[in-house]
Design a protein. Structure first.
Lengths: 411, 290, 322
């Protein structure tokens, strides 16, 4: 746990990276500027910092290998304070004053949509690697946008696929945070599970105030529905509260819990994680990735630089920047139009999976999702997911007709 | 289920009271809206996080000792803040004092983040409080019951201090009429410092007690400050019994609200306050009194 | 009150220091024209926030009504404008009028409740009203877009360049500030001040205190609504945050930093605070710490705000008022 405190020292780590990696071919010419407008303070701070770490490592490695198109890569970091208007402001400033070539970094859905609007207006490529609202793919899609992780609907579909395989889970409750992400996730999960398993019984969904920490009343209400499993798109403080406060209600003896369980949550729960019956959805759990030489080398250099294991957000941001570099190499330029065309054309082998592609229709990458069971395993100071199942992105992506219909309806 | 929800409500109410009591105490005497109260609460949680593994880890007494020490540490910081910053501007508008406490919020948030990082931490519960009291198929978790009892101890201790000690007499006098206390030759500054220390102690204590029941991170400050303040207002600012009543009312309404009007959860606490304030304004002209 | 004669009397009595204000306006416009686009955007924001803070200052300095929920009217302005475009199908130019009116209407409804209370209880009821507004914006997905807000419904800045829009906003804000100044100087302003200073005495003199306070509240909401509308146009978006506690707190900080009991306080405060919170995060990772320390230092160095400091130094600025 103590090693987490070093997470903030990105600058030191960057210097360290420059020292250790700096021996390779040096890139020359004007830098390719990556505007990293991230939610470094506010509710998303921890995620954004992990994302920044991942991008920093990717940039250092790219530079070590000769940069993008022979030009060095430079990260220009700004804090959006997790406020959409501030996000729009710094995005605009990065584009007009710093002349960045690509914008990224965002976590919160609202900030993501605000930055996407600026990217559209100023015709600057923008990709999301942490935030995952599908409004950016569907009704507010704009051609300069793509996202490199499973969006909220895909993640909920993955959870539904996993739950459908558990034959003895017949009665399902849903407990979500009362905002767009929670509602979308519950709706998508319910829809997909009904298709897969028509005789599953659903209790009325329950929604908790965003950021609520006193979850006991919600736990009581959920357990009163006598579910076999609870699907809970909760986040941060509310999720921790359910994991901790649930134990006093015998939650994990009475029901299973399926929730978002990224590496940072696993770490922060530590010894407090319930022993059984917690199932986690993750985007890029480093321990469950196929341990190719690239992945192990990445984990090692990440730990050397930042003194901690890479979280899902770090891996996603790392893959995101590497994917951008691949697209730029393919296009032979970082100019917006040819680059966007290349984004839709290339196939990329990332840490999470080989054969990653971005669908031009909605800018969605066929990124995988992982679902597994939280367990304690020798060799890790924190619980990890075991019996992990990987769900390929492509079958989870909303159908093209669905997107077109949704866009038409929004008009 | 309604019985369990009532118990849940009482438990949350007591936690709210522990936070609000310090706030209302400070306001009652000094008329300062201490926006940094949530930050002191957060600091109490972090200090507890550090102390729990050192003092009899896992034991009941170890936990409560850690929480008490955390309260004292935070109290010391509150005292320093009062003496070094607030004291200099007692002559200025009350709002200037509010802004100074806002500055402290920003400072403490970043300091905490520099020391403990942005990621959430977890304080282990004492082993004996992990389980639940199981009656039939109803579960009553032990930890919040222990917090509730600790809260009762605090209430009794406060009543004792306020009504049966010289400090309490000065405190009550200060709440009623500051100027008169000063005229009687009592060092007003000393009262202010003492009250600030006591309020900060309560904040730190509340932070420590709440720490094992959720996550500990640098965003805890904003989570609690607004609801704590509202509890004070519902009970009448400066009024300790009022704060207790307000806290229990809010806790109970929230717990029951989950069953009957869940979509209001975000705004419920504000609605309660608005209704009570409007009712107050209907009752008599103005309505500034406690 | 709107009879032209009194209006004119108010203007002439206003005694604005034109010798200072005209060069200032010219300098600002020159800066806008000569500096890069992002400086124009910053200038626009400072101007909008100066109007917002001054509208709050009307309540605080003159009416002695401390509002903990003024962002609600900023938000209502932004959403009034935005919804008039997206739902009402109005052209953005026309919708500009809807924003401030929506804010004034909100001010009328909430104000009628709030002015029944005084001091801290007044403040807390304004907070409750603002949070109720925020929640409606946050949760009413079908209309307000919920927490992810409304974007992409118009070309930001009505299609003007950053510089062009900055000029427009500077002009509009200057007019709005002038109007506020005239209100402060008008008989109505005197009544607001009388009620603010000593409610009982004002009532004894025959003033309907609550009604005066309500009028002040609606006026403040209206001007906050103008600020909110201009802000929504600047970004081409509306988010619940625009009505959030953060902005309310920013407004309070601006007014108090700038100096209570001074018309220009809100303007000074907006300039100082917006500059700090714009530039400090750009250079320092630990910007909250630095901003907090600066804020603390400023508060201790000038406990009566910037305007108070100026007055003590014997400098009575163009808009300074004693």
């Amino acid at each position: 746990m103590l090693e987490k405190t070093q997470g903030r020292r990105t600058a030191i780590a960057a210097a360290f990276l420059a020292l250790t990696l700096g021996g390779g071919a040096s890139a020359e010419g004007a830098a390719v500027k990556v505007g990293f407008a991230a939610d470094l303070t506010g509710a998303c701070a921890a995620l954004a910092e992990d994302g920044l770490n991942g991008a920093t490592l990717a940039a250092a490695e790219l530079n070590d290998a000769g940069g993008i198109l022979g030009r060095p890569v430079e990260l220009i970091v700004r804090d959006t304070q997790t406020k959409p208007d501030e996000g729009a402001k710094v995005a605009r400033e990065l584009i007009t004053d710093e002349a960045i070539d690509v914008l990224t970094g965002v976590c919160s859905s609202a900030v993501m949509l605000a930055e996407s609007a600026v990217s559209k207006e100023l015709k600057t490529p923008f990709y999301a690697a942490i935030g995952s609202t599908q409004r950016a793919n569907i009704e507010l899609f704009q051609p300069y946008f793509w996202q490199v992780q499973a969006n909220a609907t895909m993640e909920a579909y993955a959870a539904a696929e996993y739950v459908a395989k558990k034959a003895d889970w017949k009665r399902i409750s849903t407990l979500g945070s009362d905002y767009e992400w929670g509602h979308t996730s519950v709706a998508a999960f319910t829809e997909r599970l009904k298709e897969l398993h028509p005789d599953v019984e659903f209790a009325d969904p329950i929604y908790a105030k965003v950021g609520e920490t006193a979850m006991a009343p919600y736990i009581t209400a959920t357990l009163a529905q006598r579910p076999d499993a609870v699907y809970a798109p909760l986040f941060g403080p509310s999720l921790s509260a359910v994991l901790k406060q649930g134990q006093g209600f015998g939650f994990f003896q009475r029901s299973a819990l399926v929730t978002l369980m990224t590496v940072d949550t696993l770490q922060s729960q530590g010894a407090a994680m319930p022993d059984d019956n917690v199932f986690g959805i993750a985007r890029a759990p480093f321990f469950a990735l196929e341990q190719t030489p690239e992945v192990t080398a990445f984990i090692d250099s990440y730990r050397a630089a930042f003194g901690e294991y890479p979280t899902d957000w770090a891996i996603s941001a790392y893959d995101g920047l590497k994917f951008y570099a691949a697209a730029a190499e393919h296009a032979g330029t970082v100019e917006a139009e040819p680059l966007i065309a290349a984004v839709g054309e290339i196939t990329y082998d990332g840490l999470r999976e080989r054969g990653l592609r971005v669908r031009a229709l909605d800018g969605q990458m066929n990124a995988p999702s992982y679902v597994g069971k939280a367990s304690r395993v020798e060799g890790y100071a924190f619980p990890i997911l075991t019996e992990v199942e990987k769900f390929d992105g492509a079958p989870l992506m909303p159908a093209e007709e669905f997107i077109l219909k949704a866009r038409a309806a929004a008009q | 289920m309604i019985l369990i929800q009532l118990v849940n409500g009482l438990m949350e109410g007591m936690t709210l009271f522990l936070i609000a009591s310090g706030l209302t105490l400070i306001f009652g005497v000094t008329r300062i809206i201490n926006f940094a109260h949530g930050s002191l609460f957060m600091l109490g949680a972090f200090v507890t996080y550090e102390l729990v593994p050192l003092i009899g880890p896992g034991t009941l007494w170890g936990f409560f000792a850690a929480v008490l020490l955390a309260g004292l540490a935070v109290s010391l910081l509150g005292m320093l803040f009062e003496m070094l910053a607030l004291r200099r501007i007692y002559g200025a508008d009350g709002l200037m004092q509010l802004i100074v406490t806002v500055a402290l919020v920003l400072i403490l948030r970043d300091v905490v983040r520099m020391i403990w990082g942005p990621n959430s931490l977890s304080v282990p519960m004492p082993d004996r409080l992990m389980g639940a009291l199981q009656i039939g198929d109803s579960y009553f978790p032990l930890f919040p019951i222990a917090v509730f009892l600790a809260g009762l101890v605090v209430v009794v201790a406060m009543i004792w201090v306020i009504y049966f000690t010289r400090a309490g007499i000065l405190l009550r006098a200060g709440t009623d009429d500051r100027g008169m206390v000063a005229l009687c030759g009592v060092n007003e500054r000393l009262i202010f410092t003492a009250v600030f220390a006591a309020g900060a102690f309560l904040a730190g204590l509340a932070g420590g007690l709440a720490a094992p029941y959720g996550e500990v991170n640098h965003l805890l400050d904003t989570t609690v400050i607004v609801s704590a303040f509202i509890v004070c207002v519902i009970g009448g600012l400066g009024n300790l019994y009022g704060a207790l009543a307000g806290a229990l009312l809010v806790g109970l309404t929230k717990a029951i609200g989950v069953m009957y009007f869940p979509r209001l959860s975000m705004v419920l606490i504000f609605l309660i306050m608005a209704l009570i304030l409007i009712a107050r304004s209907m009752g008599r002209q103005g309505g500034t009194a406690r | 009150m709107t009879d032209p004669k009194t209006l004119w009397a108010a203007v002439s009595r206003a005694a604005l220091n034109w010798k200072l204000l005209v060069p200032l306006a010219v300098a600002l416009e020159l800066f806008n024209r000569l500096s890069p686009a992002s400086s124009s955007t910053l200038l626009t924001e400072v101007a909008i926030l100066a109007l917002f803070a001054t509208s709050l200052n009307l309540l605080m300095s003159f009416g002695h009504m401390v509002s903990f929920g003024h962002a609600a009217y900023f938000g209502l302005g932004a959403y009034g404008f935005t919804l008039a475009v997206t739902r009402g199908g109005l052209a953005p130019e026309m919708a500009l009028l809807v924003g401030p009116l929506a804010a004034a209407l909100g001010g009328l409804v909430f104000g009628a409740l709030c002015v029944r209370l005084t001091e801290i209880y007044f403040a807390m009821l304004t907070l409750a009203c603002a949070q109720i507004t925020y929640t409606v914006l946050f949760q009413w997905y079908d209309v307000t877009g919920g927490d992810t807000g409304i974007t992409g419904f118009m070309i930001p800045r009505l299609g003007l360049s950053e510089t062009g829009y900055a000029s427009l906003v500077l002009g509009l804000v200057a007019l709005a500030l002038l109007a506020l100044w005239m209100i402060v100087k008008s008989p109505l302003g005197l009544m607001i001040r009388a009620v603010g200073q000593d409610r009982a005495r004002a009532e004894a003199l025959g003033l309907a205190a609550r009604r005066v306070q309500l009028v002040a509240f609606v006026i403040a909401a209206f001007f906050a609504g103008i600020a909110g509308t201009l802000y929504a146009v600047l970004h081409g978006s509306a988010f619940p945050d625009y009505a959030g506690l953060g902005l309310t707190l920013d407004g309070l900080i601006m007014v108090v930093l700038g100096g209570l009991n001074s018309f220009a306080g809100g303007i000074w405060g907006a300039v100082i605070y917006e500059m700090l919170s714009n530039f400090v995060p750009k250079f320092i990772h630990q910007w909250e710490l630095v901003l907090g320390l600066l804020l603390l230092g400023i508060c201790l160095a000038m406990p009566h705000g910037f305007a108070g400091l100026l007055a003590r130094l014997g400098w009575r600025g163009g808009k300074g008022e004693k």
